[in-house]
Design a protein around this ligand. Structure first.
Ligand code: PLZ
Length: 452
């Protein structure tokens, strides 16, 4: 059962046939049998979205162990931006794995770590002097951003926003807004975390970004005290919260408030970063230069790697030895990141993300115009979403949302949902997906609405 079936693709990447093709019911017999083993071996606390097991993936498809080929509109939650099994990533990973797999950067240094930091310092917004530190997961990067901000400011309070998502560790659960499934029954949570109102144009009515920012900063002044605040952490476009793009002016006003009050402004670009929104970082759309930026996901083409990058004086304010971890910046993950960044630059994936936006938006807007249950289309680049409501209202319809996703999963499309109210369908295709597959994926989404 564990042996790879040689009649199915054993090499993924862009050469896989770029087709949607179902050859069994979903799940097929091999996936069904692996699902049974999964539930007998894996904690029930770890859930699954699409009931298949993957065999190979690349371009814009995921092939399962029964030979079904799915259109991938999720990129493993915004990770395989450069395509699954990207050839440059795979080549560098195998070269690195054959040379050395680990020394622990805190014990013996290696060049890949330094080169990734150089690239991060170069690519992130702002031309000030920067430093970076590498970690394993997005949550770990966010935790370390808080450590750095606290050490640098000698303050403790951390400001986050409604609908925000920052991870599943104890501190990052405290930073995350949503109870189910992320926080429920896992408290107590870390103290000194304060949640402020977020600009959510679809639900705010006619309130400008500046007004929403003033609501938040007045509350910081009154409830926390600006001079107590170490960091303000915000996703420039909220990911798990439902691809909420704040009203223009909101982010710049929060950024300015942070500067005026000696608060470290942290942009969590773990989901939005690395070409996803049509620029290297989503902050750039409003000309924001963060003090610290957290990155992960798309940066390393599928290998676990995360980073904090920021002003040298903040990053260097931590005592020597204060940051680290056994695996942070593992050489194989760094090799993958260098391959991924090379692909992004060589293939100009920022332009590709903008092309994907112009291909998808008219189609999504036409669907919304014809169906009152689609309340809003929003997002940027290859990070687009539809918010699903009961027709004629703004009441979230999570049942319809999951029915649409389920229909897509049964018809050869990997589709993800999101949102505080679990009523957002989100599109995060790999930027290597061919146009025809993207269009076909949207055809299936349209069928899903018609069938529900
Ligand atoms: N910050 C903005 O999007 C991860 C979480 C999926 P890790 N988002 C996907 C899930 O259900 O666990 C994320 C993010 C933002 C931080 C994180 C955390 O990154 O690598 O999952 O720890």
């Amino acid at each position: 059962m564990t042996a790879i079936d040689q009649s199915l693709p054993v090499i993924g990447g862009p050469d896989l046939p770029q087709v949607r093709r179902l050859v069994t019911e979903i799940p097929g017999p091999r996936s069904a049998s692996l699902l049974a083993r999964r539930s007998a071996a894996v904690s029930a606390g770890v859930s699954g979205t699409v009931p298949i097991f993957a065999q190979a993936a690349g371009g814009g498809v995921i092939v399962d162990v029964d030979g079904n080929s799915f259109i991938d509109l999720g990129s493993g939650i915004a990770v395989t931006t450069v395509g699954n099994a990207n050839p440059e990533v795979a080549a560098r990973v195998s070269e690195q794995a054959a040379r050395l797999t680990h020394t622990c950067f805190m014990v013996v240094s290696y060049d890949g770590y330094v080169e990734v930091c150089e690239q991060l310092n170069r690519l992130t917004p702002g031309d000030h002097e920067k430093r970076s530190a590498l970690f394993n997961s997005g949550a770990e990067a966010v935790e370390n951003a808080v450590k750095i901000a606290r050490a640098a400011t000698k303050r403790q309070a951390v400001i986050v926003f409604e609908h925000g998502y920052h991870g599943r560790t104890n501190l990052t659960m405290a930073l995350t807004a949503k109870d189910m499934p992320y926080k429920h029954s896992f408290g107590p949570f870390a103290p000194e975390v304060y949640r402020m109102p977020m600009s959510y144009p679809f639900r705010d009515g006619d309130v400008s970004g500046a007004e929403m920012a003033a609501r938040a900063t007045l509350r910081i002044d009154k409830e926390v005290g600006a001079d107590q605040v170490a960091a303000i952490i915000i996703e420039p476009i909220q990911g798990e919260g439902g691809f909420i793009v704040p009203a223009p002016g909101f982010l710049p006003a929060i950024r300015e408030y942070a500067s005026d009050n000696g608060i470290v402004f942290v942009a969590d670009e773990i989901q939005t970063g690395f070409c996803r929104t049509g620029s290297w970082f989503a902050c750039e759309h409003e000309g924001i230069v963060p003090d610290l930026i957290t990155t992960a996901k798309g940066m390393a083409g599928g290998l676990p790697l995360a980073a904090v990058t920021g002003r040298a004086e903040l990053m260097n304010a931590v005592h020597p030895g204060g940051l680290g971890g056994t695996y942070g910046g593992n050489p194989v993950a760094c090799a993958a990141a260098l391959g991924a960044m090379q692909s992004m630059e060589e293939q100009d994936l920022n332009s590709r993300a903008r092309q994907i936006e112009s291909l998808m938006l008219p189609r999504l807007r036409a669907l919304a115009a014809a169906d009152p249950r689609i309340g809003e289309i929003r997002g940027r680049g290859a990070m687009l979403a539809m918010e699903i409501v009961k027709a004629g209202t703004k009441d979230p319809d999570s049942a319809l949302t999951s029915a649409v996703a389920k229909y897509c999963h049964g018809h050869g499309v990997v589709l993800l949902t999101a949102g505080t109210y679990s009523n957002v369908i989100r599109f995060l295709p790999p930027l290597t997906i061919p146009d025809e597959l993207l269009t076909e994926g949207l055809d299936v989404v349209a069928e899903a609405f018609a069938a529900n």
